[in-house]
Design a protein around this ligand. Structure first.
Ligand SMILES: NC(=O)c1ccc[n+]([C@@H]2O[C@H](COP(=O)([O-])OP(=O)(O)OC[C@H]3O[C@@H](n4cnc5c(N)ncnc54)[C@H](O)[C@@H]3O)[C@@H](O)[C@H]2O)c1
Length: 324
């Protein structure tokens, strides 16, 4: 039997061939169209939980139309930043969908950061007003950055209000993101100030099983869209109850999370993103609707993007070839 080459891509390798945000959003849209048509395989993510609010999840998915098959093994450890380590880390394995052989193992930090931002923008394409120009960001970490970058790829963003519980983090964010995107980014001292005047609001703080949420009813304005990247940790149940449309990325996974203790006070979503992209469910119906995406983060998102990274790395001669 001949040996089979496996390509290993470090984080730097992945970043050196990374596609731009519009390409990532388009890849996700193609994948969610397949999902809406019932043509993907994606079991709910099993996980292990080695510490309080810490997880390591297995995330397999197969998208036949994209020949994308594989699995991400990703951890989130809330105590890591205090240790000087990243909160999110992990690996992604891409398999050949004809032979099952592993083709590539890659660091999954970049893909997790960018596909999550792209999922917010894709939800916003269907649920936000197209002329949305102001954004509130609550929690100025990795997701606060990639979510804003993705929204700026689809919407005419002019003003951003950024809140973080750590004042230095929101100051850093404002300086960095205004320089990167060429928009006004203002750090604000109170969460409310990032919500009440924004067309689009992204919350990206810690995910907590038993949250003490901050955003009150009446803060999200009529016509605005929210993206809760941190599940329901930031949104009071009464604030969720006044929304006209709540969407998630996968209803089965939403109910799975609820069964293990999350989303105890969150209403059932009206739609999933596959249904919005495929047109099976109507998206925003009026200019004054309040809408929200509560995307959980799917293996589908990762598999939508990973084959493109692999192809680009092969073309560019990046990575380390290993024998199986
Ligand atoms: N839904 C998804 O698909 C998905 C995917 C990836 C990450 N996440 C979640 O997104 C969240 C952010 O991840 P990240 O990689 O950006 O983390 P990060 O560590 O880079 O950033 C977190 C930021 O939140 C700030 N923060 C903490 N508590 C806060 C509060 N109460 N209010 C405002 N700011 C607060 C911190 O100071 C930090 O700046 C995590 O909860 C993670 O699990 C969700």
């Amino acid at each position: 039997m001949s040996s089979h080459p496996l390509l290993y891509l470090s984080r730097a390798d992945v970043e050196s061939v990374a596609p731009d945000m519009p390409t990532i959003i388009a890849s996700l849209e193609a994948a969610f169209r397949e999902k809406g048509a019932g043509r993907v395989e994606m079991p709910p993510k099993p996980g292990i939980h080695p510490g309080p609010d810490a997880f390591i999840h297995a995330m397999p998915a197969y998208i036949p139309a994209l020949h994308a098959a594989g699995m991400k093994w990703v951890s989130g450890f809330p105590a890591n930043p205090a240790r000087g380590l990243p909160y999110i880390s992990g690996l992604l394995i891409l398999n050949d969908d004809e032979t099952g052989l592993p083709l590539c193992v890659m660091d999954c930090t970049w893909i997790t950061a960018y596909r999550t931002g792209a999922a917010t923008a894709l939800s916003a394409k269907y649920l936000a007003r197209p002329e949305s120009e102001s954004v509130g960001i609550l929690a100025c970490g990795v997701q606060g950055r990639t979510n804003l970058e993705a929204l700026a790829a689809l919407f005419p963003i002019r003003r951003v209000r950024a809140y973080d519980i750590v004042p230095a983090a929101r100051e850093r964010y404002a300086a960095e993101m205004s320089a990167k995107l060429g928009v006004e980014v203002v750090p604000v001292d109170a969460p409310r100030d990032a919500v009440v005047e924004s067309d689009i609001v992204v919350t990206s703080g810690p995910i907590l099983k038993q949250p003490t949420p901050t955003i009150e009813p009446g803060w999200l304005q009529p016509g605005a869209f929210g993206s809760a990247v941190d599940f329901d940790s930031y949104w009071q149940p009464a604030a969720l109850a006044e929304l006209d449309h709540i969407s998630t990325d996968d209803l089965a996974q939403f109910h799975y999370y609820r069964a293990v203790g999350y989303f105890q006070a969150t209403p059932d979503p009206h739609s999933d993103l596959g249904e919005l992209v495929s047109g099976a469910k109507a998206a925003r119906t009026g200019a004054s609707d309040r809408t929200l995406a509560m995307n959980l983060g799917l293996a589908l998102d990762d598999m939508a993007v990973a084959p493109e990274i692999y192809r680009r790395a092969l073309d560019a001669g990046r990575g380390t070839s290993l024998d199986l």
